[in-house]
Design a protein around this ligand. Structure first.
Ligand code: AMP
Ligand code: ZN
Length: 113
């Protein structure tokens, strides 16, 4: 399967890792859009949020525990934004479920542009 994030998980493509355990990996986005821009992914290939089901949703709960830990570790005590793009209309470019953790400066109140 030609999935760039699966290749990062396997170590075939380098990444700047922030956190890793048995089921979750987090790394700095290659094109950061904020002072802190971390991508958090399940190691299991789930294509998008629309594919989350009873049998694979536990890792999603764990991802949010990991995000809370990363937020603390990276000093984002003032808060941050978590974004998930799903599918074509959602603007998803990498078809492996991922959450953007964005912080380090105050974001506007608009959810979308
Ligand atoms: P999305 O548009 O929600 O699918 O987000 C995909 C994100 O993955 C973008 O913010 C890209 O900059 C990021 N990205 C793509 N390739 C890499 C890579 N090799 N290492 C780190 N981040 C990447
Ligand atoms: Zn994948």
């Amino acid at each position: 399967m030609d999935c760039i994030f699966c290749k990062i998980i396997k170590g075939e493509i380098p990444s700047n890792k922030v956190y890793e355990d048995d089921t979750v990996l987090a790394f700095h986005d290659i094109a950061p859009q904020m002072p802190v821009h971390v991508i958090v992914i399940p190691k299991q290939h789930i294509e998008c949020a629309a594919d989350i089901k009873e049998d694979n949703s536990a890792v999603v709960a764990h991802i949010f525990e990991v995000i809370a830990k990363i937020g603390k570790d990276l000093g984002l005590a003032n808060g941050y934004r978590i974004i998930n793009n799903c599918g074509e209309d959602g603007g998803q470019t990498v078809k492996h479920l991922h959450f953007h953790l964005l912080g380090g400066e105050k974001l506007g109140e608009k959810l979308v542009k």
